[in-house]
Every structure is written in structure tokens, then in C-alpha cells.
Design a binder for this molecule. Structure first.
Ligand SMILES: *Cc1c(COP(=O)(O)O)cnc(C)c1O
Length: 479
């Protein structure tokens, strides 16, 4: 329920994670696997509460594939795991479909009387995913602010047409930084918090430093492995590699936790875009965020400070809080820190990293479509490009699973441009491009995106970052 600790640190399990034993790693379906993995972590939830949350999240109303995270075989030992079969077609749905139910259960168990108000600033995927997760979940409200000029046409429509009786969506004049700054100011306003508490509300955030978003992500690493064993592609115990398009380090950290739980992971390949802070860090041990932030064709990875890395460093430095804290202080004071040799060695034993720029990304989308007749989005293409760099350097014949983090239809403009060139996208609206991409590839437009053009706009408010606080209070006023 707290998300961030009061001293600014991140929550981790109190004890070092140890491997599951024996055949407990295997289950018949995604839901059962989720249950096995959640039980030891949610030790104050009873089994019906855990099962209830799982069945409310991972069902065929919310996901359009029965396996939840199906694997697609590209060639001999190369697989893509599709993490985008949820309602908003990005991998964030896997966590944000269940987080509200975990939160709701936590509220009941702790006797919290206030209504939980989730407040989010979004540059695209997270806001919509959070809206879909929290809508109509009793005891919660969800308020999303997005930059009027900072999201794509489809992303904007996804949010302004949002249904649900507990949702507030408003555009904020300016760019993402203005929106983000406004939200931070609201979180730091202690008088406002007191006032809200009096009115029966408690502010919370759904961003990816919440432990409740990491835990659900561990499951699909096991699911991929189970599927490979089930299909006879590998034998139980064989090592495999995972390739993860990375931004805030949440997805790949779940892979690390999966390995700590005993999953036979050989390498976690961390794929970055032109904002290559992480790949520099994994190569050098120096984290340097003092650089320009580029807007790339894989916007969900345009990040200079990967918050969840802090959790990995804590485990790998021997759970030394003082040392970790000195690095994080350097980061906030100087924008840079350097880790010690031992920690760097542990990172390099498991992680490998490189990056791909927009041109390489476009090329990979086109190549993958041509060579394998398989369409990938820009984020997944960064993963494919980095895997190919890895394979060119390292003699590694282990099977590899690329985590596909978004449907190609979520980034139609870039995908169309990669396949058919600049003229194919010039002056054409994104809604139209959806149809064209479907026609050209013979793949159907995902239902919730196809339906966008027929949905009424329900949220028309445009406010300024100075009035976000008042807007929040207005929306929470009892009627
Ligand atoms: C959020 C996101 C990422 C980055 O994931 P992290 O957990 O922040 O590393 C990658 N791709 C897509 C499509 C995303 O939405």
C-alpha cells in the first residue's frame, strides 16, 4: 500500500530470495504458476485472497490469449514471448491488471478506512494500463494526468474515451515534465495529504517502483520456460537466455528474481535504445545520467534514471544499505555513481547489455518481418537488435526468449514507416494507419484499438499544471 518507503528507499523482501525446490517450478497453466510464485511473497494473504486476485486479473475478459503470455517460435532456438495480450496491448497490463486487486485486499486486511486514490502522470502506456486495471475496482479511484502535447493520437484517444465510474482523466498543458512536476508537487504537499485524509482519501501511486508491480512479472519468466519444456524444445534444467527491452529496469529485475527462485537463466540481456545509460553502466560500472534525453521510436524506454536498478544493486552488493545509499546520494547530488568491483563482477556474470538506435530498430522490424513473417513493435525490435549483437560477439547456442513488450499496433506509425517507408505514413492519421497496417499484413487490428474511432470522448478537460491540485480536490468532492 505504501509504494515508496518514507525514507525514500524501495521495498525489497526482508530475506534473501532462495530457490524453490524440485518440481514446484512447473504448473499446468499461467494462473496456477502465478499462485505458486505469489504464495511465499504474499505471506499475509490467505489462499482464497490470492486465488481471487489471480482469477480477477488473468481471465479471458482481460486477456485475448488463453496462455496469457504465449510464445512464438521465430526459428530453431529463438522465441518471442508476447506480453501484450492484455486490454491496452503493452506488457504493463500483466502487473496493472492484478495490482488493484492486491491493493484492495491489502486495504481490507489492514482495516484501512480511506479510499485509495491512485494518482499518475503518464507519457503514454502506464496511464492507460493503470486506468484499465483500476476502473470500477471498489475502494479505489484513479486519476490520470497526461501532457496535452506529449502523447500519440491513439494513446490520447485510449485515455479520453476511458470508461469506468471511478476514473478521472485530464490533459495538462505543456510537456511530460510539466505534468510530472505537478504530480510530484501534489505527492509532496503534506497539508493536502492531511486534508485528503480528513475527507477519507489516501493518495497512492501505481508506478513501477511499487513491489506489487514487480511480483506479477516474475511469473511469465517461468511461464516461458514451462512452455519450452512442454513443447519439447528444452529439457528441465537446461539454461536459457532472456532478452529484455529495458527502461525503468522493472521487467528485467523480475527476471533476476525468477533466477533467484531457481529458474535456469544463463543470461539476462538488457536492451536499451539510444538513451543507453544502462548499457554503459553494465559495461563500465559507472552510472552516468548527466546526458541529454533523446525522444526515440521506443518512447517507453526513454529514461535516464532506471529506478529499479537500486534493488538489484542492493542484492548484489551483499545487501549493504550504507554502500547503496552512498551510490544513490551520489546519483542525486552529482548525477553519477560508480559501483565497486565485486558488485560489477556479479552484474557482468549474469547481465549483458548493448543498445540500438532508431535506424537499427527500423531495420530490425523490416528484417524480422521479411525473414520470419512476424511483426514486432519498436521496443521488441530493440531487443532483437541487441540480441543479434550479442550473438555476433559471443559463441552462445542457448535458446533465447525475447520479451515482446508491446503490440506492433500500438506503435503503428513507426512500424509502418519501417516496413513501407516515409511516404507511407506522411500526413496520415494514426487511426487510418491502423487499418492500413492490418490490410498490408493480413493481421487484424486488436479489438480495443479498432473500436477507438467509435467511442465517445468522455474526458475533455484541459488544465494547467498549476491547477492540477484544485482539479484533484474538485474531482474528489463528495456529491
Ligand atoms: C514500460 C515499457 C518498457 C520498459 O520496461 P521497464 O520495466 O520500465 O524496464 C518497455 N517496453 C514497453 C512497451 C513498455 O511499455
Amino acid at each position: 500500500m505504501k509504494g515508496l518507503a518514507t525514507d525514500g528507499g524501495l521495498y525489497v523482501p526482508a530475506e534473501e530470495i532462495t530457490p524453490f525446490t524440485g518440481k514446484k517450478l512447473f504448473a499446468d497453466n499461467y494462473q496456477e504458476l502465478a499462485n505458486i510464485i505469489f504464495v511465499p511473497f504474499l505471506s499475509d494473504f490467505d489462499s482464497s485472497e490470492i486465488e481471487g486476485a489471480i482469477s480477477s486479473a488473468y481471465n479471458d475478459n482481460n486477456f485475448d490469449h488463453p496462455l496469457i503470455t504465449p510464445l512464438h517460435k521465430l526459428s530453431g532456438s529463438l522465441f518471442v514471448m508476447e506480453l501484450w495480450h492484455g486490454p491496452t496491448y503493452a506488457f504493463k497490463d500483466i502487473a496493472l491488471q492484478i495490482l488493484p486487486h492486491l491493493l484492495q485486499t491489502a486495504v481490507k486486511k489492514t482495516g484501512e478506512k480511506s479510499e485509495i486514490v491512485i494518482l499518475t502522470a503518464t507519457s503514454g502506456d502506464t496511464g492507460k494500463s493503470a486506468l484499465e486495471g483500476f476502473r470500477d475496482v471498489s475502494g479505489t479511484r484513479i486519476i490520470v494526468f497526461f501532457p496535452e502535447k506529449g502523447v500519440s493520437e491513439v494513446q490520447k484517444l485510449q485515455m479520453t474515451t476511458q470508461e469506468g465510474c471511478n476514473v478521472v482523466v485530464a490533459a495538462v498543458k505543456g510537456n511530460f515534465d510539466d505534468t510530472q512536476t505537478g504530480v510530484k508537487a501534489i505527492f509532496n504537499d503534506h497539508r493536502l495529504a492531511d486534508q485528503l485524509a480528513n475527507d477519507g482519501y489516501r493518495l497512492s501511486s501505481a508506478n513501477s517502483i511499487n513491489w506489487g508491480r514487480l511480483l506479477p512479472q516474475i511469473v511469465y519468466y517461468f511461464a516461458a520456460y514451462n512452455n519450452l519444456v512442454g513443447q519439447g524444445e528444452i529439457q528441465p534444467g537446461d539454461e536459457i537466455n532472456y532478452v529484455v527491452p529495458t527502461g525503468n529496469f522493472g521487467n528485467i529485475l523480475a527476471g533476476y528474481y525468477a533466477r533467484q527462485l531457481g529458474l535456469p537463466v544463463k543470461r539476462l540481456i538488457c536492451a536499451a535504445n539510444r538513451n543507453n545509460v544502462l548499457s554503459d553502466f553494465i559495461k563500465s560500472g559507472i552510472y552516468n545520467s548527466c546526458r541529454r534525453l533523446y525522444a526515440t521510436s521506443s518512447p517507453s524506454m526513454d529514461i535516464l534514471i532506471s529506478s529499479n536498478l537500486e534493488r538489484l544493486l542492493f542484492t548484489l552488493n551483499g545487501r549493504d544499505p550504507e554502500l547503496l545509499s552512498s551510490w544513490m546520494t551520489d546519483l542525486s547530488n552529482h548525477g553519477e555513481y560508480r559501483i565497486n568491483r565485486g558488485t560489477l563482477d556479479s552484474i557482468q556474470n549474469l547481465f549483458w547489455s548493448d543498445y540500438a538506435d532508431d535506424e537499427e530498430t527500423r531495420q530490425k522490424i523490416a528484417d524480422t518481418y521479411r525473414d520470419f513473417n512476424y511483426l514486432i513493435d519498436t521496443h521488441t525490435a530493440v531487443g532483437k537488435a541487441v540480441l543479434d549483437k550479442y550473438l555476433a560477439l559471443e559463441n552462445d547456442s542457448c535458446p533465447a526468449v525475447i520479451l515482446s513488450t508491446a503490440s506492433p499496433f500500438k506503435f503503428t506509425g513507426s512500424v509502418m514507416q519501417a516496413l513501407f517507408g516515409n511516404n507511407a505514413v506522411k500526413n496520415i492519421s494514426e487511426l487510418e494507419l491502423l487499418e492500413t497496417l492490418a490490410r498490408e499484413t493480413g493481421i487484424e487490428v486488436p479489438a480495443n484499438l479498432a473500436g477507438l474511432r467509435y467511442k465517445p470522448i468522455r474526458h475533455k478537460q484541459v488544465i494547467t499544471s498549476e491547477t492540477m491540485r484544485d482539479h484533484l480536490l474538485y474531482c474528489l468532492k463528495p456529491f
